[in-house]
Design a protein around this ligand. Structure first.
Ligand SMILES: Cc1cc2nc3c(=O)[nH]c(=O)nc-3n(C[C@H](O)[C@H](O)[C@H](O)COP(=O)(O)O)c2cc1C
Length: 328
């Protein structure tokens, strides 16, 4: 059965899939625009970019696609407010935020008529986000890549949040690699859509070094591990030489902070520098954020092929055509 569209505020994605934001130039307009053109919500990772670069990349994405384009900005960033305003100035369709909780963002969203989508990992924060005016909530579980707000798996974390969120769309994120799992989350767990990131790292359009993608393709289950981040949250990444050194207590810090990018940086290492090294393909020194299940994916596909595969798989098993219907 055909999957319903994902309706967030006045925006409708014809296929209920959000491509997860991946910062430090992993998800740029090069990826977000084709995702949006294929009917999903394309997300530019905004954290750690100079506001002007983010502004220009949003303009580029909006020019290349008529679909829905969002930006993901972590509240932990020092220039959170500047990045939000640069995105609004560029005409972003919606702002997705997490890694901390901003109450002010809802006032800004309201003032500029920009929907705010909150990433949460608990029923309490989900309820608060809805109360403050979130247009949708994303439930991100421990299987996700990047920073983690919980150690609970998706199928355990999602139901109690589904129980408290009734008026706005609720989206499931973390470890989804096939359309079958997408349909399961929507059909059995009542999600209004899914957010997926690691699958899109392994897309032709993702504008990163080939060796980044090869690191994913080579990874086995046991190579995807938990590690620490100077943001003060655990993170999930591939266990390369850098992560092994850090996890064994070696000093991996940078002596001079070149970015001054995080509100409360622990200076354990420079995350901006390490993520940039990964994007450029330094397999030894870079930090390769990855979802727990990326080892299951063994091919690089175009964005159109990923959508085709997800649609075929999901619609072959999806039964309930409930979806989220905005209150009238
Ligand atoms: C390389 C990479 C970078 C990420 N960067 C961010 C980020 O900047 N902000 C954020 O909220 N989530 C980030 N995430 C999390 C994703 O947006 C997404 O919610 C999560 O990875 C979903 O799980 P999956 O990768 O198993 O599909 C990142 C994930 C990956 C794999």
């Amino acid at each position: 059965m055909k999957l319903p569209s994902l309706n967030i505020a006045n925006f409708a994605a014809s296929f209920p899939l959000i491509q997860g934001g991946m910062s430090i130039r992993v998800s740029t307009s090069a990826l977000a625009a084709p995702v949006a053109s294929n009917g999903g919500i394309g997300v530019i990772g905004g954290s750690g970019l100079p506001p002007e670069e983010l502004h220009n990349d949003i303009l580029k994405a909006k020019k290349s696609s008529e679909g829905v384009i969002a930006v993901n900005i972590m509240y932990a960033m020092k220039d959170f407010h500047q990045l939000v305003m640069a995105s609004i100035d560029a005409g972003i369709d919606m702002i997705i935020t997490g890694a901390g909780f901003s109450r002010d963002i809802f006032k800004i969203g309201k003032k500029h008529n920009t929907p705010i989508v909150m990433i949460v990992s608990s029923p309490a924060l989900a309820r608060l986000a809805e109360k403050l005016g979130a247009a949708a909530v994303i439930v991100e579980a421990k299987e996700a890549g990047g920073h983690l707000g919980t150690d609970k798996p998706l199928r355990e974390l999602f139901p109690p949040i589904r129980d408290v969120i009734k008026k706005i769309p609720l989206i499931a994120a973390g470890g989804i690699t096939t359309g079958y799992e997408m349909a399961e989350m929507m059909d059995k767990y009542g999600a209004d859509g899914v957010q997926i990131a690691s699958r899109f790292v392994l897309s032709k359009e993702c504008d990163i070094a080939d060796s980044f993608k090869q690191t994913y393709l080579d990874a086995k289950k046991e190579d995807i591990v938990l590690t620490s981040s100077p943001v003060g949250m655990p993170g999930r990444a591939i266990n390369n030489a850098f992560v092994k050194a850090m996890n064994s207590g070696e000093d991996v810090s940078t002596k001079r902070c070149a970015y001054v990018c995080i509100k409360k940086c622990s200076h354990l290492y420079c995350i901006n520098e390490r993520l940039n090294l990964a994007r450029k393909g330094d397999t030894e020194k870079g930090l390769f954020f990855s979802g727990e299940n990326s080892y299951k994916m063994k091919n690089i596909l175009s964005v159109a092929e990923i959508f085709k595969q997800f649609r075929q798989q999901a619609e072959s098993v999806y039964k309930e055509d409930k979806g989220f219907l905005p209150a009238t």
